[in-house]
Design a protein around this ligand. Structure first.
Ligand SMILES: Cc1ncc(C[n+]2csc(CCOP(=O)(O)OP(=O)(O)O)c2C)c(N)n1
Length: 199
C-alpha cells in the first residue's frame, strides 16, 4: 500500500469487506448501504445475516441501529459510504443517545459520490472529518483505521466490547467489484428468517 492521507493508508473496500466478513463467527448482522458498500458485501460472500439495502443513501446505519436495538445479543455492522452518511448525519447522535452497545458503523470514505460519477463529497472538499463528527455526536469509540491491521483490530474490538463503535476507513476510488441482485423481497425474507436464529 503506497498511498497515504496523513498517516492513514488508502485501502480498498472490497478487500476490507472480505476481512470483515472473514472475522464474523456468531451470526452477526451486516447491513450494506447503497451501491458500492452493498456490492462489495455481496462479493465478499452472501450470508443470510446480510441485509442488502437497495436504493436509499444513508439508511444502512439507521436500519442497523433498529436491528441492534431489537436484538441486543447480536452484533450488528452497518457499511456506509461517506456521502451516504453525510446525508443522514443525525443518525450518529441518535445512535449515541440510544447507547446502542452492539452496533458498529463502518464508513468507507473515498471523498466522492463514486457511483454517480465521482463528484466530490464534503468529506474531501471541506476536509470534513467523519470520525471527529462521530465523537462529537457522543460516540466515544470512533477511530480511523490507519491500515489493514488496525482495521482488523477495530473490528475485533467491535465484536468483543460495548459500543457503539464507528470505524472510519480512507479508501480508493475503485468501483464495487460485484453487483447485488435486485431482489429486495427475497433479501427481506431471508434476512428476517436469519434474524429468527439466535446469535
Ligand atoms: C436520497 C438519495 N439521493 C441521491 C441518490 C443517488 N445516489 C445513489 S448512490 C449516490 C452516491 C453515494 O455516495 P457514497 O455513499 O459516498 O458512496 P460511493 O458511491 O462513493 O461508494 C448517489 C448520489 C440516492 N440513491 N438516494
Amino acid at each position: 500500500m503506497t498511498e497515504t492521507t496523513g498517516n492513514l493508508h488508502v485501502m480498498n473496500r472490497a478487500a476490507l469487506t472480505k476481512r470483515l466478513v472473514g472475522a464474523l463467527n456468531n451470526r452477526e448482522a451486516v447491513i450494506g448501504g447503497i451501491g458500492n458498500s452493498n456490492w462489495d458485501l455481496w462479493g465478499a460472500g452472501q450470508r443470510p445475516e446480510n441485509f442488502y439495502m437497495l436504493g436509499s443513501m444513508g439508511l444502512a446505519a439507521p436500519i442497523a441501529m433498529g436491528v441492534a436495538i431489537a436484538q441486543p445479543k447480536r452484533r450488528v455492522f452497518a457499511l456506509e459510504g461517506d456521502g451516504s452518511l453525510l446525508m443522514q448525519l443525525g443518525c450518529l447522535s441518535t445512535i449515541a443517545a440510544q447507547a446502542v452497545k452492539n452496533l458498529a458503523v463502518i464508513v468507507w470514505d473515498n471523498g466522492i459520490y463514486q457511483i454517480t460519477g465521482g463528484q466530490g463529497t464534503p468529506a474531501a472538499t471541506a476536509r470534513t472529518d467523519i470520525v471527529a463528527i462521530a465523537r462529537a455526536s457522543g460516540i466515544a469509540s470512533a477511530a480511523w483505521a490507519a491500515d489493514e491491521a488496525e482495521f482488523d483490530a477495530l473490528v475485533a474490538k467491535a465484536l468483543a466490547t460495548d459500543g457503539p463503535h464507528v470505524i472510519g476507513v480512507k479508501i480508493d476510488n475503485e468501483p464495487g467489484r460485484s453487483q447485488t441482485d435486485r431482489d429486495p423481497i427475497r433479501f427481506r425474507e431471508s434476512f428476517m428468517k436469519a434474524m429468527a436464529q439466535p446469535a
